[in-house]
Design a binder for this molecule. Structure first.
Ligand SMILES: Nc1ncnc2c1ncn2[C@@H]1O[C@H](COP(=O)(O)OP(=O)(O)OP(=O)(O)O)[C@@H](O)[C@H]1O
Length: 707
């Protein structure tokens, strides 16, 4: 049993009553006795109750249990009510939120309505303004109309009044006339009566009577007349003043308007005048233009007819040009064949000699058997005689070197070498290029060409090959674009790539490598770090890790060349302060395609400035220089061997030792087959034995006879 329930208030003669709980309260929350209202029907004697407390408990136990049960049920109900309360609360909350949302919607609606009302008010305002404006306009129009009508009515009234006045005046006049005639009649009657009743007193009385009557009538009529006249005068005065007032009003209103109108009219007139002037001017201008147009049209027509004449002429010319082109193409093909045949006839390996000018010649070196300018070649014998140029080298008797030779070796003291051509001290680079340009053109025709400059150090190889502007390489680069352009007219398009390498101590270096390292000129011999190998594939030679530059459409090829030259390995020798210690090989690849004939050509031009040949004992080279010189001399000797073998291979195919040096191996594909080779042997009059050596080399390369 819950102890709190024991706290029961006993009331006299009352039963225990548990009143119905007003608020949902859990049983364990019942702490106050006022929560219960328990009455007990008790005996009068309290003591009896005390004594019978047990009994009371027994009697009331079930009641208490009921009470407890009731409290439990109350508790349950309270929970129910709590959940009811919560659900009610939720419902109310939902309801509240819903209502709030609805309210918000209503508020939004109201705002929207207010906005609409504002908008419609604005619209109404606008409409009202429009209407007011219209009404004002109508008012002005009506006013004008009323004024106009009033004026018109006034004029009508005035007219009527004047007519009336005239009518009255006429009537008054008529009445005046009538009265006058009546008076005249009366007078006549009086006179007549007077004639009969002059002496008659009756007559006198009558006369008096008549006189009075007449005076009455007269005065009566005169009064009436005067009244009418006065009235008319008065009306007239009134009308006049009315007219004056009206006219004044109108004048007051009309004058400013009139002035304004006058001013506007003046303005309009002025602008009209300007417009008219402009119009006149435009008309005049358009007339001039029309005339000009007519003239132009005539000119155009005449030009058109001239043009069609020219077009016809052009067409005829084009046709003939095309014919010429066709013919030229045929001739070009024939030219190529003939040119090649000519080069073949001259020999696929030719040797030219070039003598460098020398201020202090140490021995005699001269071209002999030179054609006299007056002598004409008119027979085959003379032609053959001058077919090959001859160079004589003479060792002077007092030459110290000669003294050291044995008597046997001293004989003969002059030697003659034969060359395909000799350029003497006076020959210029231009003359040299004139001669070699035919070979350069062969490369445009698709041939492989090699032009070498061989000679002792300081003998003019670099001068011949690379002298800025007029050396063979700069001249080739200068002229090749013109030749390519000329060939364009025959349908030939060329792609040109260049490659520039040096072979130093049997190692290949790329002299154009600065193009790929951003043109850093501070890097000396940039290609040296990359290993460059030679590859021969299907008759084509390529170098690994070597830059080729497309020069088809560039205009700074000379700069590229100048830059590349800076990287070339040079050193001071005894004979040349700036001696080239490497072989430089400048190559132009010329790929041609003829879009008219579909022919292709694949020419290669190699321009080689060889390193200077040096006799070891002479230059007294040592260390690195010794190694350099050995490499140079070995590779030059290999070159001599290769060319010699090639020139003899026509009769008996022989082994050609290309692989003996990098230079010959690299040029292998260009020296064989239809390849054309030209060797310049550069000589000077400074070192007899070096020169002799160079000349002996020339005998090796092209069967050059030595006598
Ligand atoms: N035909 C010539 N006319 C005028 N000067 C010349 C001629 N040939 C060479 N020279 C001059 O002689 C000098 C040496 O010439 P160059 O450098 O061409 O010789 P090289 O044969 O290339 O020497 P190396 O093999 O040592 O490089 C240069 O100053 C050059 O200008």
């Amino acid at each position: 049993m819950n102890t709190e329930l024991l706290d029961i208030d006993f009331k006299q003669n009352k039963k225990i009553v548990v009143s119905k709980l007003q608020t949902p309260t859990k049983i364990n929350q019942i702490t106050h006795k006022t929560d219960y209202d328990i009455d007990i029907n008790r005996n009068v004697n309290n003591r009896a109750v005390d004594n019978n407390l047990d009994l009371f408990y027994q009697e009331n136990e079930s009641k208490l249990k009921d009470l407890e049960n009731k409290l439990v049920s109350l508790n349950e109900r309270s929970e129910e009510q709590n959940s009811l309360y919560n659900s009610l609360k939720e419902t109310l909350n939902d309801d509240y939120n819903l209502k709030k949302e609805n309210l918000q919607e209503i508020v939004d609606d109201l705002i929207a309505q207010a906005q609409n009302i504002k908008k419609s008010t604005d619209d109404l305002k606008d409409t009202l303004n429009d209407k007011t404006e219209k009404l004002n306009k109508n008012y002005e129009l009506k006013k004008l109309e009323i004024n106009k009508n009033f004026k018109r009515d006034f004029e009508i009234k005035k007219e009527e009044f004047l007519q009336q006045k005239e009518k009255y005046e006429d009537e008054v006049q008529v009445e005046k006339d009538n009265l006058r005639s009546a008076i005249a009649n009366l007078n006549t009657q009086i006179q007549e009566r007077n004639k009969y009743f002059l002496s008659n007193s009756e007559f006198e009385a009558k006369k008096k009577e008549l006189g009075i009557e007449m005076n009455n009538i007269r005065s009566e009529n005169f009064e009436k007349l005067n009244e009418k006249t006065e009235m008319l005068i008065k009306q007239n005065k009134e009308l006049k003043s009315e007219i004056a007032v009206f006219e004044n009003n109108i004048a007051m209103k009309l004058i400013p308007k009139n002035d304004f109108l006058k001013r506007s009219v003046e303005k309009e007139k002025a602008s009209l005048h300007t417009v008219n002037e402009t119009r006149k001017r435009k008309i005049e201008e358009s007339a001039t233009l029309a005339k000009q147009y007519e003239k132009m049209q005539l000119k155009y027509n005449s030009l058109q007819s001239e043009l069609s004449i020219y077009e016809n002429k052009i067409k005829i010319m084009k046709d003939s040009i095309q014919n010429h082109k066709d013919e030229l193409q045929k001739k070009e093909t024939i030219r190529r064949v003939l040119h090649n045949e000519l080069q073949d006839l001259r020999g696929n390996i030719r040797v030219f000699c070039r003598i460098k000018p020398e201020d202090n010649p140490q021995f005699i070196l001269k071209e002999i058997n030179v054609l006299d300018p007056d002598e004409s070649i008119n027979d085959e014998e003379t032609l053959n005689k001058f077919d090959r140029a001859q160079l004589q080298i003479e060792m002077p008797n007092d030459f110290p070197e000669r003294q050291r030779l044995s008597p046997r070796k001293q004989q003969p003291n002059s030697t003659i070498f034969e060359f395909d051509k000799i350029f003497n001290e006076q020959s210029t680079n231009e003359e040299v290029f004139d001669e070699v340009s035919q070979l350069v053109q062969s490369s445009l025709d698709g041939y492989k060409v090699c032009i070498f400059a061989y000679g002792q150090t300081g003998s003019g190889k670099t001068y011949t090959m690379l002298n800025p502007v007029d050396g063979i390489i700069p001249s080739t680069l200068k002229h090749i674009y013109t030749w390519v352009d000329e060939l364009k007219t025959l349908g030939w398009e060329y792609k040109m790539d260049i490659q520039f390498v040096e072979i130093y101590n049997d190692t290949i270096n790329d002299l154009l490598a600065f193009k790929s390292n951003g043109g850093n000129t501070a890097v000396k011999r940039p290609g040296i770090k990359k290993k460059i190998d030679i590859r021969h594939i299907n008759g084509n030679t390529s170098l690994t890790n070597v830059d080729q530059i497309d020069i088809t459409n560039i205009d700074n090829v000379e700069d590229i060349l100048a830059k590349a030259m800076k990287f070339r390995a040079t050193n001071a020798t005894k004979e040349n302060a700036n001696s080239s210690r490497s072989h430089s090989v400048f190559t132009i690849f010329l790929k041609g395609f003829n879009k008219l004939t579909n022919e292709t050509s694949n020419g290669v031009l190699n321009l080689i400035d060889l390193a200077g040949s040096e006799r070891l004992n002479k230059s007294q080279a040592g260390g690195d220089r010794l190694k350099e010189t050995q490499h140079i001399n070995k590779s030059l000797s290999c070159l001599g061997d290769v060319i010699h073998s090639l020139s003899n291979s026509g009769q008996k195919p022989a082994h050609i030792p290309f692989r003996n040096s990098k230079l010959t191996y690299m040029l292998q594909n260009y020296l064989t087959g239809e390849g054309k080779t030209l060797m310049f042997v550069n000589v000077s009059k400074k070192s007899y034995f070096e020169t002799l050596n160079s000349l002996r080399f020339s005998t090796k390369v092209n069967d050059t006879k030595m006598r």
